[in-house]
Design a protein around this ligand. Sequence first.
Ligand SMILES: C[S@@+](CC[C@H](N)C(=O)[O-])C[C@H]1O[C@@H](n2cnc3c(N)ncnc32)[C@H](O)[C@@H]1O
Length: 270
Amino acid sequence: MMVSLALDSAALAETYDRVSDRQFNHGKLLIEDLRVSPGERVLDVGCGTGRLGVHVAERVGPSGEVIGVDPLPLRVELANTKRTSNFRASVGNAEDLSQFAGGSFDVVFLNSVLHWLPEKLGPLREARRVLKGGARGGRIGITSAAKERPHEFEVVLDGVRSSLGLTGTAETFGSTTYKVTSDDLKLTLVRAGFQDPKLQIRSFTDHFPATDDVVAFYLASSFGNFLSNLAPADAERVKASLAAELERRRAPEGIRLQRHLIFAVARADD
Ligand SMILES: C[S@@+](CC[C@H](N)C(=O)[O-])C[C@H]1O[C@@H](n2cnc3c(N)ncnc32)[C@H](O)[C@@H]1O
């Protein structure tokens, strides 16, 4: 399916802000990997509602700065309610960073954003362009769903899809759509002009109180794309089957699901 940027709503944006602890927590690990330090200038591409951007702004301190861009105006609006002297967000997208001068950032990161981009090379070239080069070159950091290691939820969803005789794959249901393999991402980073890419897959275990919480999480994280290409009756059938399958994964802490994410860091020095 094609990802639409027209399905977001104020309610989805607010829900995302509330339920995005998962993205926030793995994002903090990415920021650790990037060794973001005081005084640095950082670009948060696909900043969403700005939770991670604010965290990074605290880390770079008053002599540093974090700028977020995101194509969804409602999420940018929420991000700007968190605006501080060194954090702000504006509407923009990964494909066109022309509002920023070349060589003007120490760090660019995309946290849970790359799997929403239909094409990766252009955005990574743009990230390379705005990063400082030279001996103290900048760094890029990425977390993304891994094509070779789908989230457990997507495996469950794929089973539900085929048991209901629906066409497509779990990806076509809009949970994480344009996934990439670690190998492809590594090659694309090098083609975009980055050095020494380091990639690893990290796994996370999530617990959800109920199926409705899983659906709400994927709907808000996909800015309304999840199940949006199904007829309403089919979407209801999928949700009912999902509930049965997910309940089988219930542990004392809740419905237990594993996620697997590529963490990639590379240097922009030449
Ligand atoms: C799962 S959210 C992640 C938000 C944030 N980075 C975080 O860690 O919470 C995915 C974000 O990717 C953004 N996105 C989608 N297409 C994009 C594009 N072409 N350029 C930049 N961001 C994009 C969405 O608007 C959404 O805010």
